[in-house]
Design a binder for this molecule. Sequence first.
Ligand SMILES: Cc1cc2nc3c(=O)[nH]c(=O)nc-3n(C[C@H](O)[C@H](O)[C@H](O)COP(=O)(O)O)c2cc1C
Length: 200
Amino acid sequence: MAEKRAAFEAPFNMVNDWIAEATASEANDPTAMALATSTPDGFPSVRMVLMKGCDAEGIVFYTNLDSRKGNELAENPKAAILFHWKTLRRQIRIEGEVEAVSAEEADAYFASRPRASRIGAWASKQSREMQGRFEFEAAIASYMAKFGAGDVPRPENWSGFRLKPTYFEFWRDRKFRLHERITYKLDDEASNWALAELYP
Ligand SMILES: Cc1cc2nc3c(=O)[nH]c(=O)nc-3n(C[C@H](O)[C@H](O)[C@H](O)COP(=O)(O)O)c2cc1C
């Protein structure tokens, strides 16, 4: 049983190991990942987000639920993630479906953010058009006045998603473009990974 658990956790541990290495070598944001969603018409749609948790339960990130990505994920929870670290010459592709994190989990993470970021989460109508920067600055000032020195709670439309991977691909640079590609594909019972190696 413990052996099976360890085998299931292997790709998640590998993500964390590579992030630990990237943390030592990258100039900034070693947990930055591209998040791909899709539009209602089936067009790909991609942007960077920060990974805020990775364990056998999945990969967590936070955002505004009324943003473009939030709306696209509400419509179609299938998503893909890509990490790339120039200093390591490595990438990781991950695919799966997202689910909402619990309110308690989102509250705990939101509370850990700097106060200015928490105010920003209230003031930013992420992905919607604004008349100009002044509009955003006025919203920031008004929320600063509203919350004063008190607590800044999590806005209801700001929360996290957990991507439950069904596929991982670990890519490592090798000389002469003879790269290494190791894949993990989840079986139909969602309990075991089938490992394979792909031509570069
Ligand atoms: C390195 C980096 C990290 C980012 N991290 C986040 C994040 O964790 N959450 C988020 O909502 N946006 C993050 N952003 C901004 C997004 O890329 C994007 O501009 C924003 O979320 C709006 O995307 P959308 O219109 O597709 O919803 C980050 C941008 C960069 C460049």
